[in-house]
Design a protein. Structure first.
Length: 100
C-alpha cells in the first residue's frame, strides 16, 4: 500500500496519462476557431498542469484547482468536451486531496 507504479522509463503512469490528456486538450484548444472570453485562462491552466506533470510530483489540490478553472473556462465549448473529460479522468487518477 502507498506504492506507486512506474513505467519502463521510470515515470508514474498517472503522470504519463495526465501529460497525454493535457497535450490533447491543448492541441484541440489551439485548433478551435472560436474565441471565447476565458480562453486565456484555460491555456494558462493547461500550461500549469503540463508543468506539474513534467515535475513528476503534481500537488493534488493544485491539479484539482486547475481542472476546475479549465472546466469553467471551456465547459460550454462542446467540441472540447471529450478532451476535457480525459483531463478530468487523468486528474482523478491521483485521488482525493488529503483532508486537513
Amino acid at each position: 500500500m502507498g506504492q506507486t507504479r512506474v513505467t519502463s522509463n521510470g515515470e508514474d503512469p498517472r503522470v504519463t496519462e495526465l501529460r497525454t490528456a493535457v497535450s490533447r486538450l491543448r492541441r484541440e484548444l489551439a485548433g478551435h476557431p472560436a474565441e471565447f472570453p476565458d480562453r486565456g485562462i484555460a491555456e494558462d491552466e493547461l500550461a500549469a498542469l503540463d508543468a506539474m506533470a513534467l515535475s513528476g510530483v503534481p500537488e493534488i489540490p493544485r491539479l484539482r484547482r486547475s481542472l476546475l478553472l479549465i472546466a469553467g473556462a471551456i465547459g460550454s465549448v462542446s467540441a472540447l468536451a471529450s478532451a476535457l473529460r480525459d483531463v478530468r479522468v487523468a486528474v482523478d487518477l491521483f485521488g482525493e486531496p488529503p483532508r486537513g
